[in-house]
Design a protein around this ligand. Sequence first.
Ligand code: ZN
Length: 124
Amino acid sequence: MHELSLCQALVTLVRERVGPRPITQLRRITVAIGSLAGVDADAFAFAFGAIRDQALHTACQLELVSVAAMAVCDNCGRRGAIVYASAGCVRCGHWPLVLEPGGDDIYLSDLQFIDSGCDINSIQ
Ligand SMILES: [Zn+2]
């Protein structure tokens, strides 16, 4: 289950981004998962739940955002979502397509903190 390894890497990255702020102020982590990233969102959420309490703290929530893989045909210029990395152009049949960034990645897209009272700050 490589999702557990991904979650452990996420925790390391989150701790770097949090810096000197108390980790208990972290309320939400938003992670974007591209449709071609090869990451099972349910398994990722399960793995996060398994390590969260010790690695971060219980009040820290995980939000997963799905990102559709988009590609452009450099022959006819058509742009559209693709389901397979090896997909060809549905308009002209050209192959390969140029995959846009994000569709085959998993990345930390946002951190939300609560400082005092109800102030919520975001860093990206
Ligand atoms: Zn095309």
